[in-house]
Design a protein around this ligand. Structure first.
Ligand SMILES: [Mg+2]
Length: 260
């Protein structure tokens, strides 16, 4: 592991970025990272985005990313919700019971998966801002009865200014506790599945993954053989590298500092 220099960035054909903690933090845009990424895109580098958040559609992210000056289309953004929908479609599922946001239900429908509580073939669980006992009971009953149990992402919480927001992992944990079964697959980072979905849309070349979390971003990027960069603009610090035993290829405080 070494500190990133600006020249290092020029060696890559594609840069895949996490969103929260890299591009923005809550509502605030992390301009120190964004300005350099925009510049690299202007030089012809491919910039893609990969997030474990399943509560927005790619189109919603595109609006936000265009507002900060990126040239971007929905195919450039992979969310854990999209990846889950693709995963299920590729395995022939057509009917799912879904605990999750309206965005998750929307991307499932787009991939031909009917969202229904009647005889579902699979139970899909993502972050659901309206999670309640009735949903927990239904999901746990289907899982207990043996339906495949698929989670969008493992994140149990997201740090926010005034505390934490419970994430998909918190809902998955409740359903696991009630049903006695862990998910069969968790599609989001660090699962190589979602990284490979991004890679197959890229035309080869050298890929750098930029993220702020060691256990999801860096561990997942390392597992698929990409070079990885830990930026210290989000959750993890340099001290966490040793504590967690997950080492990126590079680290840097923020991308602007790589120019010094
Ligand atoms: Mg992040």
């Amino acid at each position: 592991m070494r500190r990133l220099r600006y020249e290092d960035l020029l060696c890559y054909d594609a840069i895949v970025c996490d969103l929260d903690g890299v591009i923005y933090r809550g509502r605030r845009v992390i301009e120190e990272n964004v300005s350099v990424l925009r510049e690299l895109q202007g030089m012809g580098k491919v910039i893609r985005f990969l997030t474990n958040n399943s509560t927005r559609t790619p189109e919603r992210y595109v609006e936000r990313l265009r507002r900060v000056g990126f040239s971007v289309s929905p195919q450039d953004v992979m969310t854990s919700g999209m990846a889950t929908a693709i995963y299920l479609q590729e395995r022939g599922f057509e009917r799912a019971y879904a605990v999750g946001s309206p965005a998750l239900r929307e991307v499932l429908r787009r991939r031909g998966i009917k969202v229904s509580a009647v005889e579902p073939e699979v139970v899909v669980v993502g972050m659901d801002p309206n999670f309640n006992y009735a949903k927990l009971r239904r999901a746990a009953s289907f899982v207990f009865a043996g339906r495949p149990f698929v989670a969008t992402n493992p994140d149990t919480s997201l740090p926010v200014e005034d505390g934490v927001l419970p994430g998909a992992g918190a809902m998955v944990a409740a359903i696991s506790a009630a049903s006695g079964r862990d998910p069969d697959v968790v599609v989001g980072k660090p699962n190589p599945i979602i990284f490979r979905m991004v890679a197959r849309d890229l035309e080869g070349g050298r890929i750098l993954f930029v993220g702020d979390r060691l256990n999801t971003d860096i561990a997942g990027g390392n597992a698929v053989g990409w070079d990885t960069l830990l930026v210290l603009t989000g959750v993890h610090t340099l001290g966490d590298v040793e504590t967690l035993g997950i080492e990126p290829t590079y680290w840097v405080e923020n991308l602007t500092l790589s120019k010094r």
